[in-house]
Design a protein around this ligand. Structure first.
Ligand SMILES: [Zn+2]
Length: 727
């Protein structure tokens, strides 16, 4: 099967011990004939197949492959080292991951690793690398010549494995890793290579060490420098680990593609302590993907679209797909499950992913799970192998997608907005707040405005700031910028770009040290203003966090303290341009002293929003966090942002209440129109590009009239309709 010339549709099938060994033929035949899928994914787990140092057991996997060969299903072989064998733990107990509270984590089972061996062993120990590599090489040799093999997934949801979802009873110290002696030594070596001399290092961390041997990673509050470097170290280590896995597989089998896929997609759902940088992880592989769990996190349609845009952006021009789309409800705890997906969700999710450039869908998973917290969930089929309304809906949408794969595979998404995402800012927020939630919310808020303006976004990293072709650049909560990034941003504006930025942009340098004047460097000139001191704000109706003498924060209310000035209670900023609207300040309020910029938003005498022309471009600067106001769905914030986006970028199609997207192929195109309203059908006229004269509904195959370049479209609540457009 040629993955690159097919819109792939499939499902995850096997993760030991489910489905049971004596049921494979029945299920695989059903997947091929009744569901019509092309591909099944099999998760191989190290400890399951490598039970003694010199013995491998792949018999059940070969049985599954025999049936796949026979019925004509392609196999995605997922390999994993995040389930180490127990004999290796016995040999090297010092290789257990150690958390910040000093506890070594014994191997065991976990919801997504029911067969045990989780979370694996720390890669800073040579024996783990040696035996892990032997296992990968043996696996590839076993399967590389099988007819059914389509490609390898070399790492499921890469992150620092022990950091999430493992210890429901733990505190944050139980979710920080790895503090084993070998990891500490590797970190010291990394610092020495980065800084060269202890003096240079001391100047950055503000310390008085005399040797790198004295340095330990942060376990308590630390300085921002400590956390920035500790998390940078892990991001680089994990990227190198990805390189190693890809290299080992390709040395044994240069023919087949190697993919991987993200579990979380920062800046949506950032988890700084888990050390996820999908731009780094996608770099060594041939194709990228993402897990996608909208009901687990109650994502609206805009955030679903954002997850796909982030995935496409991190893939960096390589093909991407949805590696895990839910098959059923997902777990939170035993009784607590997400809502059950409905038939229409599969139409909406799949067409949304396709509109954002995805080249295929794999479901997680086929059969309801049997063990632990996931038991009874995730499957599109019930545990007894019978169909659900979901499996039948999935079958139908898969047929529609593949019928139009000529368009889907040829299409390229054109973005009008670049959005800066810097993993350093996630790390900084983690050090500041013990969570990077505010950074995630800032991004989610801004993207909602982009989505409702019918624009597409490309998420970029600081290294890509000199290659922006989009007319608009958004920097949500840009609290840390290096000097080079500032120069690139200023050059972008001077050359005609429009910058949208929040308060305290460039507040910290790469060391994590406060810059004395803001906006940082030449950005002050580009924005035409100087920032005054920041003032913290609190929601009007909430108790204020009060520091106490023992260092904790209490939720004591204002009764024990002098009343706060109004400015500290999320004051409303009155905008006068580009339109009149009120926007509540979020987190910091920073008065702006203009130096050429035009005030566009004020609270009393304070200027809190400005517009400035610089060179051929524009800067909109907010003395607060507009992304957070947008995330709270403040109407005024959305009105202001919609007007700014409309003034500087033109969408391909523009909707009113409907969200139309065009997937432009070589000869034909697909018009995909979403209705986000939860209760009401919406009918609208959509103005199409001129070249189309014929529209055919993809589901009904009925032809509709295009009159004066417009198509009248009605979409039911939370639904999608798709038309094939031809000239
Ligand atoms: Zn370690």
């Amino acid at each position: 099967m040629d993955i690159t010339s097919t819109f792939v549709y499939g499902t995850h099938y096997w993760r030991p011990p489910n489905p049971p060994r004596d049921q494979h033929r029945r299920h695989l035949e059903l997947i091929k004939t009744e569901l019509g899928f092309d591909l099944v994914r099999l998760r191989l787990q190290w400890n399951w197949h490598h039970r003694r140092p010199k013995t491998f057991d792949f018999d059940e996997v070969h049985e599954i492959c025999d049936i796949c060969d026979e019925v004509g299903l392609a196999v995605l072989l997922e390999m994993s080292l995040e389930s180490a064998p127990y004999w290796l733990e016995e040999q090297c107990p010092q290789a257990r991951y150690v958390n910040a509270n000093g506890r070594a984590i014994e191997l065991g089972s976990q919801e997504a690793t029911p067969a045990g061996g989780h979370p694996g062993l720390c890669f800073h120990h040579p024996a783990v690398i040696e035996h892990g590599e032997r296992y990968y090489r043996e696996t590839v040799r076993q399967f590389k010549d099988r007819d059914c093999l389509a490609l390898y997934d070399c790492w499921n949801e890469p992150h620092l494995e022990p950091c999430w979802c493992n210890n429901p009873w733990g505190n944050m110290g139980d979710r920080l890793f790895c503090y084993c002696e070998a990891s500490r030594a590797a970190f010291r070596g990394w610092l020495e290579r980065r800084y060269g001399t202890i003096r240079e290092f001391n100047d950055t961390w503000a310390r008085a060490y005399t040797s790198f041997k004295q340095v330990n990673p942060p376990i308590l509050q630390g300085n921002y420098s400590d956390w920035l470097d500790w998390l940078r170290f892990w991001l680089e280590e994990l990227q190198e680990n990805m390189h190693w896995r890809v290299r080992v597989i390709k040395e044994e089998d240069p023919q087949h593609l190697v993919v991987s896929h993200s579990g979380a997609t920062p800046p949506v759902l950032p988890r700084a302590n888990a050390c996820i940088d999908n731009w780094r992880f996608a770099e060594p592989v041939d194709m990228w993907g993402t897990s996608f769990a909208p009901q687990a996190f109650s994502w609206d349609l805009a955030t679903c679209a954002q997850v796909f845009e982030v995935t496409r952006s991190s893939a960096g021009g390589k093909p991407f797909w949805v590696s895990e789309m839910p098959g059923g409800a997902s777990n939170i705890r035993g009784f607590r499950k997400s809502r059950m997906p409905r038939a229409k969700d599969y139409r909406v999710w799949n067409w949304l992913a396709a509109a954002m450039g995805s080249q295929g869908t794999i479901h997680w998973c086929y059969l309801a799970e049997r063990t632990g917290h996931e038991a009874g969930g995730y499957g599109m089929m019930r545990a007894d192998g019978s169909h659900t309304s979901r499996s039948l809906a999935i079958r139908d949408v898969a047929v529609d997608l593949r019928k139009h794969q000529d368009v889907l595979l040829a299409a390229k998404v054109k973005s009008q907005v670049a959005v800066l995402n810097d993993p350093d800012i996630s790390s900084l927020l983690f050090a500041m707040e013990q969570s990077d939630d505010l950074y995630g919310k800032s991004h989610v808020g801004y993207y909602r405005a982009v989505w409702h303006a019918d624009l597409n976004a490309r998420f970029i990293t600081p290294g890509q700031l000199d290659k922006i072709e989009e007319p608009i650049l958004v920097i949500p909560m840009g609290l840390l910028l290096d000097d080079e990034a500032i120069e690139r941003i200023v050059n972008y504006v001077h050359g005609g770009g429009t910058l949208i930025a929040d308060a305290r942009t460039g507040m910290f340098d790469t060391r994590g040290w406060l810059r004395p004047t803001l906006p940082a460097g030449r950005l002050a000139q580009a924005a035409g203003l100087v920032e005054e001191e920041m003032l913290a704000t609190y929601p009007k109706d909430e108790a204020v966090d009060m520091p106490t003498a023992d260092g904790t924060i209490s939720k004591d209310n204002l009764s024990s303290a002098p009343p706060l000035d109004e400015v500290h209670l999320s004051p409303t900023i009155q905008f006068t341009a580009p339109l009149s609207a009120g926007v509540s300040a979020e987190e910091f309020v920073v008065p702006l002293t203009t130096n050429g910029a035009e005030p566009i938003g004020k609270y009393g005498d304070m200027t809190l929003a400005t517009h400035h022309r610089y060179g051929d471009g524009h800067v909109y600067y907010f003395g607060t966090y507009m992304g957070l106001a947008l995330e709270k769905n403040s109407l005024g914030a959305h009105e202001v942002m919609a007007a700014i986006l409309k003034a500087h970028a033109e969408p391909t199609l523009r909707g009113h209440k409907l969200r139309p997207r065009l997937i432009r192929g070589d000869d034909a195109s697909l018009l995909v129109v979403f209705n986000e309203d939860h209760e009401r059908s919406v009918q609208e006229q959509v103005v199409l590009p001129q070249q189309y004269s014929k529209a055919t509904c993809v589901r009904t195959e009925q032809t509709c009239a295009i009159e004066d370049g417009e198509l009248s479209i009605e979409v039911e609540p939370e639904e999608v309709v798709v038309y094939r457009l031809e000239s």
